[in-house]
Design a binder for this molecule. Structure first.
Ligand SMILES: [Zn+2]
Length: 865
């Protein structure tokens, strides 16, 4: 208790002084030693959360905050941070533990390849820990199917005080780089952190095996070079980032998600674990080991380069590091490893870009790391797995394992050799962030091949403000965004007093993201709109638009200008947001954020007689006030008083039969709906629609592919049930079943990004966000009688950020979509209430602000008789 109070008090004093911001020139001078900068106390988020909440809010409020955090994906993450933080603060190395051993699984797909099945990993790591005091293993999380995720650390033993010193230096680099830059002890003795991640795609196997083999060698080597290396370095290995996928032979994890697309969203336990490792270890260099590209591929990437990087500090190391890795695989001597593809050197812009922070290395770059994807060459998954002879598969896998080991050795060697400059450049990255300095203009030829096509920079705003109360679309969404930013090591503060900024008034308690901070690049990558890249590169590798500010349902204001005259204190968890008015009367809840949806489904689950209003809101009777209070506290949602006499239509908790992609099934379930997966095959096999209220169609269901009996059952369902569709598959289902009279027009297939929308006044459009995410955007023309346009693409070019070109024949472009219907609703002649989405409201669980639109669609269709 004494410790806690002391820490809280000290933190408060320092930060209050720190954030009394003095007007400064646009690009302030670097912070001076001893200057007013908040230095974090180094505690884990979970601990800081508890303290802050207890300190500021008192125990009950703390519990409430914890309960609300617990409703989010945000919850598990804090747990993982605690594991790392707790152990790292109090313990030296080794930090060994007996890992639980998983039952032998003879169907593990790695066995056929002669590689380690997952169940053999824990015994192997247990043995390595027993054999060597250089090896430590920590469990950093569990997969959705309950398997353990391991972090193996290989380093020379450290006493606890030595580990504390290392951790102090690590934090100094981020928190006070101006001090780190002149710390002679740090320069001399900070152990070079290198991190290897493997097997993030479950059926790209050898990342695990190459790591384990290298760990074994490092553990048992008796030469002085290895001993010296481990005195100077900490080598971190997350040996398999996707055990569920490894066992099953799938790219995706147990929830059907590609973890290597989830790092900005953190919807999956595997990506949250990786996020916490990236933050806690702050590696100078990292590799993410994948396969299979025929020829080994080693990043750096092609343009477009993420515009929030300090790219000069990255490419100066990434390029020679890749060359070194290429030489390392060449030395293996296989014809298959005679060369490597380095996209930056060998491919053209757009082929293999590092634009979105959804890939592990790109995400890590924002934490100060020189990140590389490595693709081992020889395919052993997919069709090859089933068709090639076992001997050939094992020959290939053996070469791939060698490539993994060689690239890791190359990266470790680069990091060890260039340790001083890597440390200096990580310090410089965070120093620029604190100082709010502009990114550097990189000259042509800075590294071989660097040219104008590689030049991507941005102008950072001075701050982002996330208002509370009036001016905030959803306090629940705002709290979730704040918690997300904090979990990603973005510093967020809370205004102590009301303030005016850029002509806007903000209540005390509004959140401020001061962009003078070490990880401003990541903060901006999440909060900026992005950029329309359509005319800059012919294509992109994956998504090219996202934005937590525009897509996550909270109002966020951009503050430009040189000063930030706001008094604020650091935040470690968003304040609880739920409320119920004190006056008697029926209660109204508008479905604005996904937390509102979860609250409604929780009420329906309890049998509360919730009534639907066509404005996208629900009414809870006064008699059920206590249930409303409970969900307000649990989900942070805000009830208002319903005007006396507000009627509405009775709701029941809907059951959804969903022919949908994995991310949509996950999201619908996360929203609290009961979801039964279906497909053409499942319905043809006799799926019974009894008890189903709504059919959701976006993938894997073709009306014309149904057999006669199945079609009769679907038709019978459609006479009374609701239909919600997304995308071309959904629109085809609507047309084939003869439901809403509209014509769906498909935009270019690879187009994706953030678009602007104009909202109508129907049950989905009312109060919806003015932005959405699209992928293969769809729009509707020939709007027939009885169809309501819920949302339209903004007139002109609706693309805000991303990549959307017209097809070669001029069709399918954004200006064709401009002004057209994006989401429509109506009641078909045969009685079906239907909503068709041309946008991607649940894509990879990212655009959280549009989840409520889907829920509104589902609920509305159940209320139309
Ligand atoms: Zn991969």
């Amino acid at each position: 208790m004494r410790t806690r109070l002391a820490i809280s008090a000290a933190t408060t004093v320092v930060t209050l002084a720190a954030l009394l911001v003095v007007p400064a020139p646009a690009f302030a001078a670097p912070p001076q030693p001893g200057g007013p900068k908040p230095v974090r106390d180094g505690e884990t988020y979970a601990e800081r959360d508890a303290e802050a909440a207890t300190d500021v809010l008192g125990g009950a409020a703390a519990q409430r905050a914890a309960a609300q955090a617990g409703t989010d994906a945000a919850a598990a993450q804090a747990g993982a941070s605690t594991v790392l933080g707790q152990q790292w603060r109090e313990r030296g190395y080794p930090r060994q533990q007996q890992l639980r051993v998983f039952p032998e699984n003879p169907t593990d797909r790695a066995i056929k390849l002669g590689l380690l099945p997952y169940h053999a990993v824990a015994p192997k790591l247990n043995a390595l820990q027993a054999a060597s005091n250089r090896v430590s293993v920590e469990v950093i999380g569990q997969t959705s199917q309950g398997r353990d995720l391991y972090l193996v650390t290989v380093t020379a033993p450290e006493r606890p005080d030595q580990s504390r010193q290392q951790d102090h230096w690590r934090r100094l680099i981020e928190d006070a780089p101006w001090l780190a830059a002149r710390d002679q002890g740090l320069k001399r003795s900070y152990k070079t952190p290198v991190w290897i991640n493997g097997n993030i795609h479950g059926d790209e196997y050898e990342g695990l095996d190459g790591q384990v083999r290298l760990i074994e060698k490092l553990a048992s080597a008796t030469d002085s070079n290895t001993a010296t290396l481990l005195q100077r370095s900490r080598l971190y290995f997350t040996v398999t980032n996707n055990p569920d996928g490894r066992v099953a032979g799938t790219r995706a994890n147990g929830n059907g998600f590609d973890i290597n697309r989830d790092h900005a969203t953190s919807s999956q336990p595997e990506s949250r674990a990786i996020r916490d490792v990236a933050i806690a270890t702050q590696p100078l260099v990292m590799l993410d080991e994948h396969g299979y590209t025929g020829t080994t591929l080693i990043e750096p990437s092609t343009a477009p380069h993420g515009q929030n990087y300090d790219y000069d500090l990255y490419i100066k190391h990434a390029y020679p590091d890749a060359i070194g890795m290429e030489q390392a695989i060449q030395r293996l001597g296989y014809p298959e490893t005679a060369e490597a593809i380095i996209p930056f050197r060998d491919l053209v812009p757009g082929d293999w870009d590092d634009w979105p922070p959804i890939f592990t290395p790109m995400y890590s770059m924002y934490h100060g790391t020189i990140g590389h994807t490595v693709e081992v060459p020889l395919q052993v998954n997919g069709g090859a797995y089933n068709t090639l002879p076992v001997e050939e598969l094992r020959r290939r896998s053996a070469i791939n394992v060698d490539v993994v080991e060689a690239t890791i050795r190359g990266a470790i060697s680069y990091a060890d050799t260039n340790r001083s400059q890597l440390i200096a450049d990580q310090i410089e990255l965070f120093r620029r962030g604190w100082a709010g300095e502009a990114q550097r203009q990189i000259p042509d030829g800075y590294v071989p091949g660097f040219g104008p096509e590689d030049r991507y920079t941005t102008t950072f705003p001075r701050a982002y403000v996330i208002p509370i109360g009036s001016g905030q679309r959803s306090d629940a969404a705002a709290a979730r965004l704040v918690d997300h930013l904090i979990a990603h090591d973005v510093r967020v503060t809370r205004a102590v007093l009301p303030f005016w900024l850029d002509g806007r008034f903000y209540k005390a308690g509004s959140y401020v993201v001061n962009m003078h901070q070490p990880k401003r690049g990541l903060a901006n990558a999440m909060l900026e709109a992005g950029r329309d890249l359509s005319t800059l590169v012919p294509q992109m590798y994956d998504i090219s638009g996202w934005s937590h500010r525009l897509l996550w349902g909270a109002s966020v204001d951009v503050v430009r200008g040189p000063t930030l005259p706001v008094i604020s204190v650091p935040v470690s968890v968003a304040r609880p947001t739920g409320s119920v008015p004190h006056f008697a009367g029926d209660l109204k809840l508008t479905l604005t954020s996904e937390r509102d949806v979860r609250a409604v489904n929780a009420l329906l689950d309890q049998g509360v007689p919730v009534r639907w209003l066509n404005s996208g809101a629900v009414v809870v009777p006064h008699a059920n006030r206590s249930a409303a209070v409970t969900v307000a506290e649990r989900y942070g949602v805000r009830f208002t008083l319903a005007p006396p006499g507000t009627a509405g239509t009775a709701l029941e908790r809907p059951v959804i039969a969903a022919a949908a992609a994995s991310d949509e099934l996950f999201t619908l379930r996360e929203l609290g709906f009961e979801v039964l997966p279906v497909s053409t095959a499942v319905i043809n096999a006799g799926f019974d629609f009894a008890g189903v209220d709504v059919l959701f169609v976006s993938a894997g269901l073709s009306y014309t592919g149904l057999n006669t009996a199945a079609r009769a059952r679907v038709d019978a369902f459609l006479a009374t049930g609701g239909l919600v569709t997304r995308g071309a598959t959904g629109a085809r289902f609507n047309a084939a079943a003869g439901l809403l009279p509209v014509t769906a027009v498909q935009g270019r297939g690879d187009a994706n990004g953030v678009v602007s929308l104009d909202n109508g006044t129907g049950p989905i459009g009312t109060g919806a966000m003015p932005n959405a995410f699209v992928f293969s955007p769809l729009w509707f023309t020939g709007i027939g009688a009885g169809v309501t346009v819920e949302q339209r693409y903004a007139a002109g070019n609706p693309l805000v950020a991303g990549h959307w070109l017209a097809n070669d024949d001029g069709t399918g472009g954004p200006t064709q979509a401009g002004g057209q219907a994006a989401v429509v609703s109506g009641v078909a002649a045969r009685g079906t209430a239907a909503v068709l989405f041309g946008t991607e409201p649940m894509f990879r669980n990212h655009p959280k602000g549009t989840f409520a639109d889907v829920a509104r669609a589902v609920l509305w269709t159940t209320t139309v008789a």
